[in-house]
Write a protein that binds this ligand. Sequence first.
Ligand SMILES: *Cc1c(COP(=O)(O)O)cnc(C)c1O
Length: 436
Amino acid sequence: MKGFADEPNYVIELLDGGSTLEDVIDSHIYEQALAEKNAFVVADIGALMRQHILWQSVMPLVRPFYPVKCNSSPAVIEVLAALGVGFVCTNKAETTLVLSHDVPPENIILAGVCKQLSHIKHAAKNGINYLLCENEAELCKIARAHPNAKLLLQVSTESQAEEASMALGCSLKKCRHLLEMAKELGVQVEGVTFQVPASNKDPQAYTNALSDARCVFDMGEELGFSMKILDMGGGFSGSEFQMRQTHAAIKPLLDAYFPVTSGVQVIAEPGSFYVSSIFTLVVSIIGKKVVARDLCGQPQDELTSNDEPEFMYYMSDGVYGSFVGKLLGNTIPSPSVHKMSMTAEEPVFSSSLWGPSCDMLDQVVEHCLLPELAVGDWLIFNNMGASGQEEPAAFSDPEKPPVYYTISMRDWFEMQKAGISLDNTMKNFSLIHYGM
Ligand SMILES: *Cc1c(COP(=O)(O)O)cnc(C)c1O
């Protein structure tokens, strides 16, 4: 959050043509090793902007609202705010953070299946009028605490129901009931929202969700509501291929059900899409064990010449820190080994990667193939931007790894072309030349 006016709070390292992200990682590894530290994050701010450019080129008519819970790093919020992206918040802390970056309240949506009354009141006081709603209890709270609320009704989707843990939204039948109840209570309904989870592989999911949404629009209009907003939620992985595929699936449906001439504004809530690729986590190996397995894979007491060794490595960060996503059911992709620790053509061994807590749950990667590593070697985990990096660690908080922000010269020029500069839109930043 903001400190004193005029005083930049975040430093971004500007990489000239000859330096790469790998160089930045190398130099921080060197520094960290000297300081006896053992984990850090390198954030590529340029990648954030490139994702935005990708979004605008593939789906120019769909306005993005970024869900803050995916990564609430102030640099992420500041850059996205400067790019004109809207925000989806689920609580008062997130709305306060976003408002502190001078985001206009009409660019903020308050989401959450169950919102605390005080958070609804806080939204009302700050002019945040768009609220998601999917059940009667929420509707009653909103009617009581937010006289200017404009609701987006959350409709369930089949693809989502398959993921039991994500059972969000209500059925079409319940939607009619909610609409009638909103009418009685004098609460405005302005649109529909749904979520197709990222794990969904079936383009048909959007066909059903969009036809359901059209159905709720019709019910709402029948009851006299002015239905204006269609929110397609998140679930965009960040790959250009997936995005183009999704767009090809939804384009004809949007044209049929919500044509541009209808005046309906189409929005989406891409989270992972923006941030997944921007954070690279670098951790060091702090401990190591060799487990012997016989030919049938059974653990042995002692390693004999016939057995394949299997290595257990303990890392400086685990599921109670940067890898909290693992506890939430995400798979953590295998890391790469920092090149200084490797010599060419080393044999690889079955390995498992563990956090530092010595807790059974603290297993980050169950199985991967790695060359034999030594204590003090470093591992690099890509695509860690949407893994709850900036969430406060749920349990005993080990020191959070520092985040080093970088941008390449070329990306920085692009950003300035887009109208973003340090003295207007990014007041909290200062740029230094990398290596100076
Ligand atoms: C988490 C979340 C999303 C989706 O994030 P993705 O990473 O894009 O799947 C969208 N909307 C809300 C309200 C969320 O909480």
